[in-house]
Design a protein around this ligand. Structure first.
Ligand SMILES: NC(=O)C1=CN([C@@H]2O[C@H](COP(=O)(O)OP(=O)(O)OC[C@H]3O[C@@H](n4cnc5c(N)ncnc54)[C@H](OP(=O)(O)O)[C@@H]3O)[C@@H](O)[C@H]2O)C=CC1
Ligand SMILES: O=C(O)[C@@H]1CCC=N1
Length: 264
């Protein structure tokens, strides 16, 4: 159980993590302080989750655990003055691109973890990659793994891989949402009602992911199993290849990884 948690930035990801940590009993609402400049948002978080929400980052940063969930672009002003408040906190950052060196320079006396979760965290189906800073003990690393396990799977990676993680799984839900929307559009173009087309698209993506995960099949093997000789799927696959689906996705991950580097 987390003794006290401060969340700096009560936006999409701050709320996603908060909601799941509360639901999993990893922290009590009375032990959480969120700092968030947007008053209406603060009121919402307070009403919905029973946590204290303030517009002063220094208040949230008094906690034993501090989760940085602000945009990378406001990192410097958001953490200014927070280093000297305490010297024994565990600092967790989910900021895209911001490297451990910069985080450790901002919190020089403390253990810092850089992490990259993703939005399916909202429903406990996320995946988070984490990398530990120089002052993190084995105990703190396993506590951080448990923290992010509240929102899905956790992998530990060298920090050098975190921008690539950001390009793939951090940003990936955006790509998959686009794919689902396009599949639904295709269904509508082929004559389906929109609601049915979207339901079929979502369940197809979900079922395919579950099948791959449960069987451990290589994705190519699954593709081969779906393609009947001279059938429908190979006609669709050939069209995807002509239109560059694979290279579009590869380039998307590379572009997002590069952008993550630039944000740091
Ligand atoms: N969205 C995603 O899928 C993922 C995001 N991330 C990372 O998580 C972080 C947060 O992203 P996300 O939740 O999407 O962003 P949001 O914009 O939804 O959340 C950031 C929150 O921080 C608030 N804020 C702005 N300035 C300050 C400040 N100086 N002090 C305290 N709070 C401030 C914002 O308020 P206001 O709106 O009023 O400006 C906003 O509510 C980013 O660093 C991002 O890289 C990581 C993984 C996935
Ligand atoms: O788009 C972004 O910058 C953030 C980081 C990963 C997902 N969303």
């Amino acid at each position: 159980m987390i003794s006290s948690l401060g969340i700096i930035g009560g936006g999409v990801m701050g709320e996603a993590l908060l909601a799941r940590l509360l639901a999993q009993g990893q922290v009590a609402a009375t032990a959480v302080t969120v700092s968030e400049p947007f008053a209406a948002r603060c009121e919402f978080l307070n009403d919905r989750y029973g946590v204290r929400c303030v517009d002063d980052n220094a208040e949230a940063a008094q906690a034993d655990w501090v989760l940085l969930a602000i945009k990378p672009q406001v990192f410097d002003p958001a953490v200014a003055g927070l280093a000297d408040l305490r010297s024994d906190r565990l600092i967790l950052s989910i900021l895209a691109g911001v490297p451990l060196a910069k985080l450790e320079a901002a919190f020089p006396h403390e253990a810092v973890i850089r992490a990259m979760p993703n939005t399916p965290a909202t429903v406990g189906a996320g995946v988070t990659a984490i990398a530990a800073g120089q002052q993190v003990t084995a105990d703190q690393l396993s506590q951080a793994q448990e923290f992010f396990a509240a929102v899905g799977r956790v992998v530990t990676v060298p920090e050098s891989q975190l921008d690539a993680v950001t390009g793939l799984s951090g940003s990936g839900p955006g790509y998959v949402a686009l794919i689902v929307e396009a599949l639904s559009d295709g269904g509508v173009a082929a004559g389906l009602p929109r609601a049915i087309a979207t339901e079929l698209a979502i369940q197809t993506v979900r079922g395919t992911a579950e099948l791959l995960q449960e069987t451990g099949w290589h994705p190519g093997e699954l593709k081969d199993r779906v393609c009947s000789p001279g059938g429908t799927t190979i006609a669709g696959v050939a069209t995807l290849e002509q239109n560059g689906l694979r290279s579009a996705l590869i380039e998307a991950v590379k572009a997002a990884a590069l952008r993550s580097q630039q944000l740091g």
